[in-house]
Design a protein around this ligand. Structure first.
Ligand code: ZN
Length: 217
């Protein structure tokens, strides 16, 4: 795998940081070697996902990967966006050449949930991925037009209608003519990512590839 200079600089910084604070497994907090997101036992539960150039997923949702994502979102662990963003980057990097000059845009959280949680985990993943790729990140390029009920409580048909019109491009000028890596933590039905993709294409984005840490089978 070839690395861009910005990626090498980021890795050098990580090595320095890990010398000061030893890295720990994103799922169970066991000590891990530098640049590893998961310990050996947790990594053994992680199953790589098959994916296409348009829809990249690092892992199948489950096991330690699901645990690490849950901790990042619900246990006030925004720091875990770093190791999880690295897992995402390793899946995206082999396909980055197919998306020249792409910028990185996260799926937005509704403002009320942003206040509850204190951070948008997808934006933190996007920042990590953008740093690794040496790509610009637009953390608020997409906005929610209305609050949607929690997807997890809905069946598939309700999920699709729930999100169909829920997003708009808030930074259309900056995005027009660009390719976009659209980032979220998990792909379930894909309805959220599809709605975001549509909003980006309507704003003049030339191509949208999605990038998620885990995909539900
Ligand atoms: Zn572990």
């Amino acid at each position: 795998m070839s690395l861009r200079p910005s990626s090498l600089a980021a890795i050098a910084l990580d090595l320095l940081a890990s010398a000061l604070a030893p890295p720990r497994c994103a799922a169970c907090d066991a000590p891990v070697r530098s640049l590893a997101a998961l310990c050996g036992a947790c990594a053994a539960t992680a199953q790589r996902a098959s994916c296409s150039d348009q829809d990249v997923a690092a892992y199948v949702y489950g096991g330690a990967v699901a645990r690490a994502i849950g901790r990042m979102k619900y246990e006030k662990r925004p720091d875990l966006a770093r190791p999880l963003g690295d897992l995402l980057w390793r899946a995206v990097e082999p396909r980055a050449a197919g998306m020249p000059d792409a910028c990185v845009v996260p799926v937005p959280l509704h403002p009320r949930r942003l206040v509850e949680r204190g951070y948008n985990h997808a934006a933190l993943l996007a920042r990590r991925l953008g740093g690794r790729l040496g790509a610009e990140v637009y953390p608020v390029a997409l906005a929610r037009t209305r609050e949607t009920p929690r997807q997890a409580t809905l069946d598939r048909r309700a999920r699709l209608s729930n999100v169909a019109q829920a997003f708009r491009a808030a930074r259309a000028g900056a995005l027009r003519g660009r390719a976009v890596w659209l980032v979220d933590d998990v792909r379930t039905t894909g309805s959220t990512l599809d709605a975001c993709r549509r909003a980006l294409l309507e704003a003049g984005v030339t191509a949208v590839a999605t990038a998620v840490v885990a995909r539900a089978e």
